[in-house]
Design a protein around this ligand. Structure first.
Ligand SMILES: [Zn+2]
Ligand SMILES: [Zn+2]
Length: 309
């Protein structure tokens, strides 16, 4: 049995993609990360980073002579802003009839995830209707009382209610817990905690910190092996006129570090880099903040973080 547990970053930008020479090292694609746990494929967010990931998944699938009949993929959406969804129409497995794509995400202003995804991919915004794509889709609107269990052997997923259902979990399954966070305008985001074989990853983007640290998140991320946290702005940008970024729903590195320290996480990866941030600036910030939290890394495209071999 393959016990791999790893995260690979395919998109690390916030707001919009950034092609060009100032983003060659850290990358210019918007948010998308791949998590592999056993044989399961879990993707968080579908910014433009998911486009190249989709090509790789297709290539691996078709080059595997022992492939099963179905290609099962799980996508967790933190929320549905452009920079977390704009790659989805170009995600090749969406068009593959053999794909089973299970999607999870928040309620959006009272509307189910399925409705909002269908509406975002339809003419005149895009030539092909989401509904017309060939993959088999299962779409779940989730919140804090849900627990998602994914089978690490075949990627199949089940959604449970943590208060009412007896949760069927064996040693090979992946547990995903959900936290509602309201600091991001205007509908909040979901933060995900993914546990596999006692290793824990918490993915927390598009969140703004609070005075004394986000206590709910500190509790949710307690003792995580890896916390991935928003750090879009610098302290200066956060407070300086004419347009202070306070209240925009993003953090500065100091906020992420406070959560990481109080939660006693082992590793911290900062992501959702501002589109204006150059490679040189990101490198400098990484050196600066490593002095405050030793196991800290600024996410870049291609970065792979292995929790289990
Ligand atoms: Zn974003
Ligand atoms: Zn956002």
């Amino acid at each position: 049995m393959n016990n791999t547990f790893k995260v690979v970053f395919w998109g690390v930008r916030g707001s919009h993609p950034v092609p060009g020479k100032s983003s060659i090292q850290f990358g210019g694609n918007t948010t998308s990360v791949e998590i592999r746990a056993g044989k399961a494929i879990i993707i968080i967010d579908a910014g433009t980073g998911i486009i190249e990931l989709g090509k790789k998944i297709m290539k691996d699938y078709f080059s595997n002579p022992n492939r099963g009949s179905a290609l099962a993929i799980n996508i967790l959406f933190t929320h549905l802003h452009h920079d977390h969804t704009q790659g989805l129409p170009f995600f090749q497995p969406l068009y593959l009839g053999n794909s089973i794509i299970t999607m999870f995400g928040p309620l959006n202003f009272g509307e189910e995830l399925k409705v909002v995804l269908e509406r975002s991919m339809t003419p005149p915004n895009f030539p092909i209707d989401f509904f017309q794509t060939n993959s088999l889709k299962k779409i779940y609107t989730v919140k804090e009382d849900n627990i998602i269990i994914i089978d690490s052997k075949d990627s199949s997923a089940k959604v449970y209610n943590r208060y009412h259902d007896s949760i069927n979990q064996d040693a090979d399954s992946i547990k995903i817990e959900v936290m509602n966070e309201y600091s991001h305008p205007a509908n909040g985001v979901l933060i995900y905690k993914i546990t596999y074989k006692d290793k824990i990853i918490v993915f927390s983007t598009d969140v703004e910190g609070y005075l004394f640290g986000n206590s709910k998140l500190i509790n949710f991320a307690k003792n995580a092996d890896l916390l991935i946290h928003d750090a879009q702005y610098t302290k200066d940008e956060y407070i300086s006129l004419p347009v202070p970024k306070q209240g925009f729903g993003h953090s500065i590195a100091e906020m992420a570090i406070e959560v990481a320290r109080k939660a006693e996480v082992k590793n911290l990866i900062l992501t959702h880099h501002d589109p204006n941030r150059t490679d040189g600036e990101l490198k400098k910030m990484q050196s600066k903040y490593r002095r405050r939290f030793k196991n800290l890394t600024y996410a870049r495209e291609g970065l792979s973080f292995q929790l289990l071999d």
